[in-house]
Design a protein around this ligand. Sequence first.
Ligand SMILES: Nc1ncnc2c1ncn2[C@@H]1O[C@H](COP(=O)(O)OP(=O)(O)OP(=O)(O)O)[C@@H](O)[C@H]1O
Length: 476
Amino acid sequence: METMGDFFSGMPAVATRLFSFYASLQAFIVLIRTMINELIPDQTRTYVLSKLQTYWFAPPFSQLTLLIEEDHGMTPNEIYYAIQAYLDTKIPPSAERLKVGKTPGDNNLNVTIAKGQEVPDSFQNIRLKWVLGTKRDYNGFDSTFELSFDKKYKEIVLQSYLPHIIARANDLKVTDKVLKLYSRSHTQRGGDDSYDYTGDWGFTTLKHPATFDTMAMDPELKKAMIDDLNRFVARKEYYKRVGKPWKRGYLLYGPPGTGKSSLIAAMANYLKFDIYHLELNSIRSDNELKQILVSTTSKSMIVIEDIDCNAETRDRGDSLYQYEPTIAKLTLSGILNFTDGLWSSCGEQRIIVFTTNHKDLLDPALLRPGRMDMQIYMSYCTYDGFKTLASNYLGVTDHPLFGEIETLLKNTEVTPAEIGEEFMRSDDADVALGGLVEFINRKKIGGDRMEMERATKVDEGRENDDESEGIGVAST
Ligand SMILES: Nc1ncnc2c1ncn2[C@@H]1O[C@H](COP(=O)(O)OP(=O)(O)OP(=O)(O)O)[C@@H](O)[C@H]1O
């Protein structure tokens, strides 16, 4: 029978060494633990241990991914564009995929994140990860932002982080916003000059330099417009309280060359609003108009120029332009709905501007209060307007010819566009102002001559009428 002594004597030398190593390791651990306990304070030990647990021992977090698509139903998704602007400021130095673009006329390169690039972010100590991806739907591919984070922070992300991004993007827009001029994309039909419009908006950068300072307008009217715009953008709560959609309609009317288009650009530059330029003649039905309206973004101006050129909007009392229901599918009521119907209330801070050279031709229904909140007459150039132009073009605020020009402008219809043209002929104020005096005099003589010819024709017409009336009477 085998005894204990036999057992130990049979144990290999390696095992003996192992035991002794274990014993010394135990002694070493006890020594280290004692040192740690004595040298590191309790609180620090607890903190380090909790961190180690979070990073090494906690189970992998249960992740939530939010998808933010470019479109939201029929409308552009505003949060998508806010995220785009926000993430452009968060591009990590380690980024491996970036997109670079440049708009014609813009000196700066536009660097944005490319599809697949991850962008880490943190908010209130929450770690978040963004990535730009694509989603395929029946219309083709659509860009989508994906946001991943620990599921337990869902409420903070929805209630605080995303609103924070929107606010940040709004701040960025105020300072950096490059305005866009949208118009509807079209393809030319074969052979003729006509176009087929696709429903999509294409855009280019709005680089119109007009501002309220450069506008030659009656100073009181200018001030009234600026006050009106300021009031409009500041009245979010007011519109909510009175139960009206946050939008405003302006009608700009007056002869060609008096600055209607320039005023639209000045308004957009002032408010930092994009412009959607719409040609009513390109729209085939009320439905199409509705779709176009909902695909525009908030904080924008929808501009319909020369609205009198559209048969639908002309006064229906004029038999020449009677509405024919079987032919036209774009109806006046569709246009009125566009300006103040239910559909017009989608989106916020929307300005609708109509322009016309012939206000008298418009259907009175279009001009009712609530549709056109402000009607602005862009007149021929007044002396105040002339002084603005002289200061902007020539840098002069006074000149011996000013008095003569003031008198001439009182008696002659000259547009700011014509005065601008004259001023561009020379940088020398004496030459340019002298040229303007000559131009207005020529115009006045031409106008007087035309007036005389018109008066002569009317007199001749009357005489002929008298003669024919005489014949008529004689024949009965
Ligand atoms: N009131 C104005 N103040 C400053 N510049 C003006 C004004 N009106 C016209 N201009 C100058 O004339 C040019 C043409 O004017 P604009 O196209 O704005 O006139 P409009 O009234 O819109 O003309 P239309 O009815 O033919 O479209 C502008 O580019 C601008 O340089």
